[in-house]
Design a protein around this ligand. Structure first.
Ligand code: UDP
Ligand code: MG
Length: 313
């Protein structure tokens, strides 16, 4: 199998037949084998029924019906796992991402062996100003706090070579933030601009609350910096306490200003608040290490291993 199209679907009954037809049209002249892996993410409409009809068509189709809605991240993981292709494309069911672009991505990978992934990104967004502002703000924040690079406007609409798919599947963490995972596994990604179409039918599943939770997930999955925060505030608090103490002592000797019980209490309060914060930060350091370890990410990912050894006979 040359190409697998992985399609997460949540309440897409109207789009499923349209998507199938679009793929059939666009890929008729492709000249290679391909399959479509639909992941029905616990749709409440008749997506399952529409998908089942496709089993009678001529394109190889695989359907994974989830027992409930697990979210697009889980759907993408399931799709990647079931995909058999040498190339794998993740594409939405709503035709916002034209299947013809997937074909172009495959051609790019064929002609440019230095790349392992072609990712589409939106140069300009059609959404309203606030949404664009929030999304751009997210990319700035996340890039500042994490070592993993997040390309602004990059979508999940990507085509991978098989080794990269296998690397992504090795990341078995439960709380998945794929945009980060795609970047974390390494490999060479080429970003190409695309224009998102309007949804064919139905409505977007995103709203501000969901996007905010998703953004938070992205930050928490890829950085433990917040756990370190108390160390810094603790140090600042201790420094402040000592500056206060020194000022009080200087005033005592220079101006014979008496050191009152009140000032001693203020010093002790600020000092111990700092000490407590600092020890919280120390616990945070250990927690961060444990947190990273529990993700059980691979220690390294080799892109290829070359040898001149003769294979054992
Ligand atoms: N999707 C999914 N599970 C969800 C939400 C969305 O599988 O819980 C699918 C959805 O069917 C679509 C894709 O993910 O194929 C992108 O969703 P949507 O179009 O709502 O997002 P947008 O394009 O507005 O970012
Ligand atoms: Mg969409």
């Amino acid at each position: 199998m040359k190409l697998s199209l992985v399609v997460p679907c949540f309440n897409e009954q109207g789009n499923v037949p349209l998507f199938y037809e679009a793929v059939k049209n666009d890929f008729s002249a492709a000249g290679f084998d391909y399959e479509i892996v639909f992941v029905n993410d616990g749709s409440k409409d008749d997506t399952a029924g529409e998908l089942k009809k496709l089993l009678d068509g001529d394109i190889p189709v695989k359907i994974v019906n989830f027992s409930r809605n697990f979210g697009k991240e889980s759907a993408m993981y399931a799709g990647l796992k079931e995909a058999k292709g040498d190339y794998v494309t993740i594409i939405d069911a709503d035709l916002q991402q034209r299947p013809a672009i997937a074909l172009e991505m495959v051609n790019m990978l064929e002609n440019e062996p230095e790349y392992d992934c072609i990712a589409a990104f939106q140069e300009s967004r059609k959404e309203n100003g606030l949404m664009v502002f929030l999304k751009n703000g997210f990319y700035k924040t996340v890039n500042k706090f994490t070592d993993t690079e997040f390309m602004q406007g990059a979508s999940d609409f990507r085509t991978f070579r098989r080794p990269m798919v296998d690397a992504i599947l090795e990341m078995k963490e439960y709380f998945r933030f794929s945009k980060g995972l795609f970047s974390w596994v390494g490999f060479n990604t080429k970003f190409v601009p695309y224009i998102a179409e309007d949804r064919a039918t139905g409505t977007s599943k995103w709203n501000i609350r969901k996007l905010f939770a998703y953004a938070l997930e992205g930050i928490i999955s890829f950085t433990t910096a917040p756990l370190r925060l108390p160390v810094y505030t603790g140090i600042l608090s201790i420094i402040a306490a000592f500056i206060y103490l020194i000022v009080k002592i200087v005033l005592r000797f220079a101006l014979h200003d008496p050191i009152t019980a009140e000032s001693v209490i203020i010093f002790l309060l600020v000092f111990f608040a700092g000490a407590v914060l600092m020890s919280l930060g120390v616990i945070g350091e250990y927690l961060a290490k444990t947190y990273i370890q529990t993700k059980d990410r691979p220690i390294y990912i080799a892109k290829e291993i070359l040898t001149n050894e003769k294979e054992a006979q």
